[in-house]
Design a protein around this ligand. Structure first.
Ligand code: NAD
Length: 289
């Protein structure tokens, strides 16, 4: 396939490289990034000339809307606009509606799996959009990832992503504050892990990404909390969940508390640039607020 790839940062760069390695004809565009070995165009529109699929992997919904306004007229009817960024549900649905009005297929397909998943081609895609566009993009999902779940119409991929990450933010905070409580009660962290990871308090945050250094499988905690999944990105996703909750009139009190805690951690404390599991040393250093 002839593929345009716009947004070649930490995630988009390796995803584009995997598509190229699988034999696809990829042309990239990015305002700053210049990945080795990738043919680059002078603009997003130029990258899209003659493309069967245009993939975007951009920082947020505002930028996605700007790029889509340039890209949609540059694609020919029948092509697919495949956005893999994490953005707000409203932006995803607006961009998809514009693309469909221009005769294009449109998919919102945010990912889980981080930079390691992008490099290894093991991402999970959560996909919103029509079944025909999903079927056409499926061979690309199979190269860039290990799983693609079709979640329903446009915007539902973003809905799945922010609901998942709201659970992740809440369970990570719960896991970290429980470790900090266990410390103060004199409970050994290894014993805490051995019990909780096989009991009803278990979760991905505890079992697969344990925030306590030296306990459980290797995680960013064992690398001085270098990300991994940065607290800043968790804050971005939690804010998207609360923006969606307000728009949909959904009651998400724990999501709101998690957003407030990560906002303080990133903006007022030392959390910026640290892994989101660095909430454990934050709680451990504090007394009861
Ligand atoms: P990044 O900042 O490394 O890359 C974004 C790229 O977009 C940059 O290279 C930037 O120059 C480019 N860009 C910005 N505006 C542009 C424009 N107008 N035209 C062309 N290029 C433009 O970010 P990332 O870590 O690659 O994340 C990309 C998306 O993936 C985000 O939505 C993020 O939330 C999501 N995501 C990231 C991770 C992760 O672990 N990094 C995991 C899951 C999802």
């Amino acid at each position: 396939m002839k593929i345009a790839f716009i947004g070649l940062g930490n995630m988009g760069g390796p995803m584009a490289a995997n598509l190229m390695a699988a034999g696809h004809d990829v042309t990239g565009f990015d305002l700053t990034a210049r990945p080795d070995g990738l043919r680059m165009a002078d603009s997003a529109a130029a990258a899209c000339a003659g493309a069967d699929v245009a993939i975007t992997m951009l920082p947020n919904g505002t930028i996605l809307r700007q790029v889509a306004a340039e890209v949609i007229p540059a694609l020919t009817a029948g092509a697919v606009l495949l956005d893999c960024s994490t953005v707000d549900v409203d932006s995803a649905r607006a961009v998809a509606a514009d693309a469909q009005a221009a005769g294009l297929g449109a998919l919102d397909a945010p990912v889980s799996g981080g930079i390691g998943g992008a490099q290894g081609g093991t991402l999970t895609f959560m996909v919103g959009g029509d079944a025909d566009a999903f079927a056409r993009a499926k061979p690309l999902f199979d190269i860039m990832g290990q799983k693609a779940v079709h979640c329903g119409p446009s915007g539902n991929g973003q809905a799945a992503k922010i609901c998942n990450n709201m659970i992740l933010g809440v369970t990570m905070i719960a896991t970290c504050e429980a470790f900090a409580l266990a410390d103060k009660l004199g409970l050994d962290r290894q014993a805490m892990f051995d019990v909780v990871s096989t009991s009803s308090g278990s979760s991905w945050s505890m079992n697969a990404y344990c925030p306590a250094p030296g306990v459980g499988p290797t995680s960013p905690a064992d690398n001085d909390y270098r990300p991994g999944f940065a607290a800043d990105l968790m804050l971005k996703d939690l804010r998207l969940s609360q923006q969606a909750a307000v728009g949909a009139d959904a009651d998400t009190p724990l999501g709101q508390v998690a957003t407030d805690l990560y906002r303080r951690f990133v903006e007022d404390e030392d959390g910026a640039g640290r892994d989101f599991s660095a909430m454990l040393p934050r709680f451990a250093a504090r007394g009861r607020a």
